[in-house]
Design a protein around this ligand. Structure first.
Ligand SMILES: Nc1ncnc2c1ncn2[C@@H]1O[C@H](COP(=O)(O)OP(=O)(O)OP(=O)(O)O)[C@@H](O)[C@H]1O
Ligand SMILES: Nc1nc2c(ncn2[C@@H]2O[C@H](COP(=O)(O)O)[C@@H](O)[C@H]2O)c(=O)[nH]1
Length: 211
């Protein structure tokens, strides 16, 4: 009983655990995390990654990503400013220490939306997140969703589908993820995601109410 009490106390002092959302491009990570941040306003904070890709219509610099040149990103990585970085579909992506610290400083649950290389690299750090995999019902459905999103050139789409095949295989490895969610029906997938995060959500609500 005491052990459980001290474990809870320690975890409250350390702050809420971050959450890693990963899965193939087009699986629905952004859709799910935007729903979560809207319903639980003031509970979650998004770790804004850096990328060398161009912004899509509607995306905002500093909100969706920090859009940078390859040279600037390579220089920042060399200076040790990133906890992880990866090359994905012809562009660089990475999580800066500052992005995670900014969310932690507000005592919010930090959400990272990263690819499988990022997952492997985060596992080498002391971040200790909850690892959640968002998977599509099938490769065909994934392709249809990516095409319907109309954000990719044919070349980029094919690269993303190739990466998705690797991702879908790797995600089956034991212990890679704490929670696996198949995003077939959006509401069902969202319900599953909320259930997985309920303990952390309640912890943050309690801390915020008492401060
Ligand atoms: N359950 C669902 N049913 C049908 N369409 C969906 C579902 N979930 C997401 N979508 C749609 O699929 C497309 C891809 O979703 P989303 O952009 O959230 O994927 P993502 O995993 O964040 O992709 P990326 O890694 O490329 O950013 C979007 O157009 C979204 O509206
Ligand atoms: N390893 C990292 N992967 C990241 C990061 N930010 C985003 N991503 C992943 O990149 C792909 C493509 O994203 P898109 O916005 O161009 O569609 C997707 O799988 C993201 O999860 C990051 O900082 N590190």
């Amino acid at each position: 009983m005491y052990m459980r009490y001290f474990a809870r106390l320690y975890s409250a002092m350390a702050g809420p655990r971050p959450v890693v959302l990963s899965g193939p491009s087009g699986a629905g990570k952004s859709t799910l995390l935007k729903k979560l941040m809207k319903e639980y306003n003031g509970v979650f904070g998004f770790s804004v990654s850096h990328t060398t890709r161009n912004p899509r219509p509607g995306e905002e610099n500093g909100k969706d990503y920090h859009y940078v040149t390859r040279e600037a990103m390579q220089a920042a990585i060399a200076k040790g400013e990133f906890i992880e970085s990866a090359e994905f579909s012809g562009n660089m992506y990475g999580t800066s220490r500052a992005a995670v610290e900014a969310v932690k400083a507000r005592n919010l649950i930090c959400i990272l939306d990263i690819d499988m290389q990022g997952v492997k690299n985060i596992k080498k750090t002391d971040l200790n997140p909850i690892y959640i995999s968002i998977q599509p019902p099938s490769l065909d459905v994934l392709e249809a969703r990516l095409r319907a999103r109309k954000t990719e050139s044919e070349e980029s789409l094919q690269r993303r589908l190739d990466a998705a095949k690797v991702d879908m295989e790797l995600s089956k490895e034991p212990d890679m993820f704490d929670v696996m969610i198949v995003n077939d029906n959006l509401e069902d997938a969202y319900g599953h995601l909320k259930d997985a995060l309920l303990e952390e959500i309640n912890m943050v609500k309690k801390i915020n109410m008492s401060s």
